[in-house]
Write a protein that binds this ligand. Structure first.
Ligand code: MLT
Length: 404
């Protein structure tokens, strides 16, 4: 008789955003007239910018003629896109070659899949609270050990608390990890990391022989020019860091799907194995490349026109973030994030748990957010709102919350 991968049984409940979607659906069925405003999952609401739409149309037309038709994409990505991305890195002073960039169907897939190229017994360190994909993908791979209901933590995972005291940027863990997941600007807390602090992490990783899996999906939201957009702005990152990036949050590709991962050729394990070769092998075996049409759209993001248009769109969401941040703060809430990130991280009022506050917001003012405890135990008594709604809905949601 066949046997299932029992590691999956070790996962806790369903995926956070599926749980929320179910709760909202039940509420909607019971209250069909409620006008719900969704500031929960970080999904964008504004249309793709004209430069991207033009590129999509152009690429679709190419597919209609045998002279310009494209079949399978090169599995690591088309050069036209990899070169455009490498140009951006160069502009930031980062040493990243075009062929170290692996184009994919999104940062979520990459951040879930990247753990496959590490040993089964690798010790994993994650922030607490954390984007659940990092933890869950390691649970599925059997690296987590058992879940302890008392601590709400997996026994073999090293948790790095992100709290008000450390400005939601973790301190080095007591136990030495092999793999460290970092995400800045952070999902869910909206915190940013300074260049010095990130350099500290790179130095630490190089010293202890760990790898940093750096999720920079939200870098477009950085407003402080002193903050790093990429881990490769730090000295020594090529020997200890993999960076994952997305087109979802800067260019609205959540429904189009495109992302990339940088694996420097200098990144080698304890036995001299190049992680670049393993990721290339994995990509070649399991992935047939992001669609040509989508990669053309991605390349349009890097044109002058595309850059101007996406900057404007990011600005729209940044205005939403300020609206939420200021509105709640002026109403007496304790609020974090929102300045260099599209997420606002607020303390729940009246000592409510995160889920109690979720239920209250949904039932009393029909606003959906994300309970902080869904991202880990240190997220308890916090709540996340996203800036990705329309401006009108954002203003209305804030009004409803502050007058609740
Ligand atoms: C979130 O809401 O945390 C994000 O939308 C998740 C994602 O990008 O996959």
């Amino acid at each position: 008789m066949f046997k299932a991968n029992k590691n999956f049984l070790n996962l806790q409940g369903s995926y956070l955003f599926s749980t929320i979607a179910k709760k909202v659906q039940t509420f909607t069925e019971e209250h069909p007239d409620a006008r719900i405003i969704r500031l929960g999952i970080g999904d964008v609401t504004q249309p793709l910018v004209p430069a991207v739409i033009d590129a999509l149309h152009g690429a679709v037309d190419e597919m209609a003629h045998k002279e310009t038709f494209h079949g399978y994409s090169p599995d690591l990505g088309y050069d036209f896109l990899r070169n455009a991305i490498a140009g951006e890195y160069k502009g930031r002073g980062c040493d990243v070659a075009a062929d170290e960039i692996f184009v994919s169907d999104g940062a979520k897939s990459d951040s879930g899949n990247i753990q496959e190229i590490f040993s089964e017994d690798a010790r994993v360190a994650v922030c607490d609270p954390v984007y659940p994909v990092y933890t869950d993908s390691n649970v599925m791979a059997g690296r987590s050990g058992e879940f302890d209901p008392a601590t709400q933590q997996y026994k073999n995972i090293i948790y790095m608390p992100c709290t008000e005291e450390n400005n939601f940027a973790p301190d080095f863990p007591k136990e030495t990890p092999d793999i460290i997941y970092l995400c800045f600007p952070n999902n869910p807390t909206g915190a940013a990391i300074t260049k010095d602090r990130l350099q500290g992490w790179v130095d630490y990783a190089n010293k202890v022989g760990a790898v940093i899996l750096y999720d920079a999906a939200y870098e477009a939201y950085i407003t402080d020019p002193a903050l790093p957009h990429s881990i490769y702005e730090c000295e020594g990152a090529r020997t200890c860091a993999i960076e994952i990036r997305s087109f979802s949050k800067n260019a609205g590709f959540t429904g189009v799907r495109l992302g990339f991962t940088v694996v420097p050729k200098d990144l080698v394990d304890a036995d001299g194995v190049r992680m670049y070769d393993l990721w290339a092998r994995r990509h070649g075996t399991k992935f047939n490349g992001a669609p040509y049409i989508v990669q053309k759209a991605g390349a349009a993001v890097y044109t002058k026109e595309g850059q101007e248009q996406i900057r404007k769109q990011v600005g729209y969401y940044q205005k939403n973030a300020r609206t939420i941040y200021d509105g709640l703060k002026n109403a007496g809430y304790t609020v974090y994030g929102g300045v260099n990130a599209p997420y606002i991280w607020l303390k729940t009022p009246d000592g409510l748990t995160s889920w109690e506050y979720f239920d209250r917001l949904l039932s009393e003012v029909n606003v959906v957010g994300t309970p902080g405890s869904g991202f880990g135990p240190h997220g308890e008594h916090f709540f996340r709102l996203t800036a990705f709604g329309s401006y009108e809905n954002t203003v209305e949601a804030v009004n409803r919350i502050v007058h609740m």
